[in-house]
Design a protein around this ligand. Structure first.
Ligand code: BDP
Length: 695
């Protein structure tokens, strides 16, 4: 095994389980004939072949006991049954054990074919997990409409922040050659409810909008369509200049508007169900409406208006911080976007990163959530682990996403979690959604490591249900990916559940952030102070000085806290109630500040760095115990990656302790070893050829 099959492995069931299931799965009845129903039947067959051996017989309208019905609402086969189609929406599904024509059957159905496909994946998951299927009564529907991956893939197949090889989009061979991998990609996404994919990097290249590239995009759209997946592209705001030869890209210029309208009409002529566009504007050097003194709303609405007749969506990113702006970077997106509340069209989704800075191992939730009640906001998570040790460090992100989604914004009132904010359409026609920056590449195992597949999986599950639980998701993934042995499942889940906190601890404990080395963001660089913009430097974030450490975001400092609801601001603003995890995010404190543990801040910091390293050791020990219980190839890969992670956790810990000790000038707490080398040693380490860098 090399991991290619992801969580859709469908390995042979044990004979007891097989014997139990067999009478309940005696054939398929799938009367509809559409590409999506065919995909559903294919998947059921594939699963059956893998788990039971042989093919399921396709049966006609004459039902037999044990038939599995794959149908749509309205099928004569399910008439007269009391089935909850009304609450399934366009993409939901139901699984129901029932008696039809006097026979015991299992119904898998949705209002549309895609629901039936999603239902088949759920059914296969039950079998993979050894769950009973004789009294099924499940109805499920996604809580968000737009559930998209964002590929930061360039046209030359370099993936920005990608750690799994090259882009899987082989532009040079498209449209003629459709790699079978495109279908497996679509299957994997459909199995977790992802219904869209942005093919190209947010740092966009206008060439993707050229007619020849649109034909390539169409080929991908054709491959994905049966699986309910729409394609989206990134739009470079200056494309009217670069492709259209216009002198300006001013969104209020009639020629510019006409150019975009024609371009968007052209896209829809090629791909009638095209999803829409994603734009990064006036951020990190990208062109945008501010170049013409226009607002983000003016820029977004121009594109939204051109997309609207085609029912297309415009995703507009709120990830902005400007070179000219001296304001705390935490505050800048809110300052720029919040006043625009209510000014965006209904088919615009403002795409907001989970935290205010940048996909760090831990951030408090972004203050825009809850603060723009008249604007559709979508969540943006980063699945690829740019700031959490690339593919080599084991870090399950489900716990991080759950933490953010469960956070209470108190806007307008207690109980309005971030999940509620993004789930609730701002008015009847408004869109909802979640985006995940993909970790997928051309590596055989798709994600660069076995365990990073779990992050792709978890993203889909949270996009379907933002109120989902990270542990339950980890358990499902572990069972499907590593087999049914409960010892394996429990161990894998335990490793996963502690893994992200370990990374936080050995990289950026107690609310520290952005301590990564320049450019690639892989190793430690807490001393870096030479980059041209202040907020690119780690020293900007830690504010470590002889008097103490941490970024003061209270009213005495940058007052970023004032961007949150008063209850949140009070909670995080007070030393009595702020959780240790966010302490230095919001407060600058003396090295001898007394922590809840009774230790000084300096001692606590060192204790946390070591706790992170120890947790990696525990993961190693856990994994060692699974030898022989999972296949050797994948086992050995994980073992080796954990060894890399331990080395690098120690590197992070030692480099950070050496640096902060040079400022704090205090001894290490009892029992904690000094760094192996002096500070200059760590400063001299360079990583010039790390993968995934921006270009
Ligand atoms: C940063 C990445 C950069 C992205 C940027 C973004 O380092 O490569 O372009 O986010 O989200 O974290 O636009």
């Amino acid at each position: 095994e090399d991991g290619y099959d992801l969580w859709l492995r469908y390995r042979p069931l044990e004979s007891v389980a097989k014997a139990r299931y067999e009478p309940q799965i005696a054939g398929i009845v799938a009367p509809g004939d559409s590409p999506t129903i065919r995909a559903a039947v294919d998947e059921l067959q594939r699963g059956y072949r893998g788990m039971f051996g042989g093919d399921l017989t396709q049966q006609g309208a004459e039902l037999r006991d044990g038939a599995v019905l794959v149908v749509r609402a309205g099928s004569p086969l399910v008439q007269g049954l009391d089935l909850p189609f009304a609450k399934l929406g366009g993409e939901g599904y139901l699984l129901r054990s029932a008696t039809v024509q006097g026979k015991r059957v299992t119904i898998i159905a949705g209002n549309r074919d895609i629901g039936a496909l999603y239902g088949v994946f759920r059914f296969l998951k039950l079998l993979q997990a050894g769950q009973p299927i004789d009294k099924l009564d499940i109805a499920d529907a996604p809580k968000l409409q737009v559930r998209v991956l964002n590929h930061w893939d360039n046209l030359d197949r370099h993936v920005e922040r990608g750690y799994a090889g090259q882009s899987i989009w082989d532009w040079q061979k498209l449209p003629r050659f459709k790699d079978p991998r495109y279908t497996d990609y679509a299957r994997a996404n459909a199995s977790i409810g992802i219904n869209g994919t942005v093919l190209t990097n947010v740092n966009a290249n206008a060439d993707i909008l050229r007619p020849d590239y649109l034909q390539k995009v169409k080929a991908l759209a054709d491959a994905f369509r049966p699986y309910g997946i729409k394609v989206y592209l990134t739009a470079r705001f200056s494309a009217p200049i670069e492709l259209g030869g216009l002198a300006t890209a001013d969104p209020l210029d009639p020629a510019v508007r006409a150019w975009w309208k024609a371009k968007i009409d052209e896209i829809y002529a090629v791909i009638p169900d095209f999803g829409g566009l994603l734009v990064k504007a006036n951020s990190e050097g990208q062109p945008g409406p501010a170049d013409y003194h226009r607002t983000h709303a003016e820029g977004a609405n121009m594109l939204a208006d051109a997309l609207a007749p085609h029912r297309g969506i415009l995703m507009w990113r709120a990830f902005v911080y400007a070179a000219e702006n001296a304001e705390d970077r935490h505050k800048q997106a809110y300052t720029e976007f919040q006043p625009l509340d209510g000014r965006f069209r209904d088919n615009v989704l403002v795409q907001v990163k989970n935290g205010a800075i940048d996909f760090q191992p831990r951030e408090p939730f972004h203050p825009l959530f809850g603060a723009m009640p008249r604007t559709p906001l979508m969540m943006e998570f980063q699945i690829t682990k740019e700031y959490l040790g690339f593919a080599t460090h084991l870090a399950y992100l489900g716990t991080m996403w759950e933490e953010v989604l469960e956070a209470d914004t108190f806007r307008p009132a207690r109980g309005t979690t971030v999940a509620k904010v993004i789930e609730t359409p701002v008015d009847a026609g408004a869109a909802t959604g979640m985006a995940g920056v993909a970790n997928i590449g051309s590596d055989r195992n798709w994600s660069g490591s076995q365990f990073d597949q779990a992050n792709w999986y978890a993203f889909g599950r949270f996009a379907w249900d933002p109120d989902a639980k990270a542990e339950a998701i980890a358990r499902d993934w572990a069972r499907m990916t590593w087999g049914g042995d409960p010892v394996v499942t429990d161990t894998v889940v335990r490793m996963m559940m502690g893994s992200r906190e370990a990374v936080v601890d050995y990289m950026t404990p107690l609310g520290l952030t952005h301590q990564m080395a320049t450019g690639h963001h892989y190793g430690p660089g807490p001393w870096v102070a030479d980059l041209k913009r202040p907020e690119w430097n780690p020293v900007y974030y830690a504010q470590a000085r002889p008097d103490g450490i941490g970024f003061d975001r209270t009213a005495r400092g940058s007052d970023a806290l004032s961007q949150y609801a008063p209850q949140v601001a009070r909670n995080w603003g007070s030393l009595a109630t702020v959780p240790d995890e966010l302490l230095l995010w919001f407060h600058h404190l003396p090295w001898d500040h007394r922590m809840k543990s009774g230790r000084t801040l300096w001692d606590e910091l060192v204790v946390r760095y070591d706790a992170g390293v120890d947790q990696v050791r525990r993961m190693q020990a856990d994994w060692a115990g699974l030898r022989g219980k999972v296949d050797e190839t994948r086992w050995a890969e994980v073992r080796d990656f954990l060894a890399i992670q331990l080395d690098e956790a120690i590197w992070w810990r030692d480099a950070s302790v050496a640096y902060f000790q040079s400022i704090a000038k205090r001894p290490l707490p009892e029992g904690h070893k000094p760094p192996a080398h002096d500070l200059d040693h760590y400063k001299a380490i360079t990583t010039p050829y790390a993968p995934g860098q921006g270009k």
